[in-house]
Ligand binder design. Structure first.
Ligand code: GDP
Length: 177
C-alpha cells in the first residue's frame, strides 16, 4: 500500500493531526511536552494507504552530528520504502517561516523527496492572518524554488482541513493505479 510520511518539529500538533485523520481521540500520544513521539508508527487509513508517523525533528538545538544522524535516518527511510509516495511537513501557522523548517524542506528538495506543507493550529488565527502567514511562506519558498509546494490549512481542534487532505491523498493514490 502507498505510504505518506508525516513529519514536523515537536509540539507542532502532529499527534493531534494524526488523531484527527484516524478518527481517534487518543491513539497517537498527545502531550504538551515536546519530543514525545519518538518511534515510527504506522496507521492504516481507509484500508487504502499507510500514514507513517516519523519522529519530530528539532535540530535547532542539537549538534551537527545529531542533525546528520537524523537526516541519514530519514533518507535511509525514504530510500528503503518503495511504497513511500510523499511527505507532509507540518508547520505551526502562527509562526513566520523558520530557518529550521526551510532548511529541512530544502534538504527534502535536494534529495528529490516530494512533499506538501501542512499548516497546523489554524483555529488560533483569524482568516486574514492565515492568508498573511501563507503569503509570507509563499514569498520565501518562491525565492528558493520559484514555487510554493502544495499546502493544506488545518486545525485538529476544529476538524479543519481533514477532507481536503484525505481527498488529496486518495486522488494521488488513484492516479498511481
Ligand atoms: P506533537 O508534539 O507535534 O505531536 O503535538 P501535539 O499534537 O501533542 O500538540 C502539541 C500541543 O498543541 C498540545 O497542547 C495540543 O493540544 C496543541 N494543539 C495541537 N493541535 C492543535 C490545534 O489544531 N489547535 C489548537 N488550538 N491546539 C492544538
Amino acid at each position: 500500500l502507498p505510504e505518506y510520511a508525516f513529519i514536523g518539529r515537536s509540539n507542532v500538533g502532529k499527534s493531534s493531526l494524526i488523531n484527527m485523520i484516524t478518527n481517534r481521540k487518543s491513539l497517537a500520544k498527545t502531550s504538551g511536552r515536546p519530543g514525545k513521539t519518538q518511534l515510527i508508527n504506522h496507521f492504516l487509513i481507509n484500508k487504502t494507504w499507510h500514514l507513517v508517523d516519523l519522529p519530530g525533528y528539532g535540530y535547532a538545538r542539537v549538534s551537527k552530528s545529531s542533525k546528520k544522524t537524523f537526516q541519514k535516518f530519514i533518507t535511509d527511510y525514504f530510500n528503503q520504502r518503495e511504497q513511500m509516495v510523499s511527505a507532509f511537513v507540518l508547520v505551526d501557522i502562527r509562526h513566520k517561516p523558520q530557518p529550521i523548517d526551510l532548511e529541512f524542506m530544502a534538504w527534502m528538495g535536494e534529495n528529490d523527496i516530494p512533499f506538501s506543507i501542512i499548516f497546523t493550529k489554524a483555529d488560533k488565527l483569524k482568516p486574514q492572518a492565515i492568508l498573511n502567514h501563507v503569503a509570507d511562506y509563499s514569498a520565501v519558498m518562491m525565492e528558493t524554488w520559484e514555487d510554493m509546494p502544495n499546502y493544506f490549512i488545518t486545525s485538529s481542534s476544529k476538524e479543519m482541513g481533514k477532507d481536503e487532505l484525505l481527498n488529496y491523498i486518495h486522488e494521488v493514490n488513484e492516479n498511481m493505479e
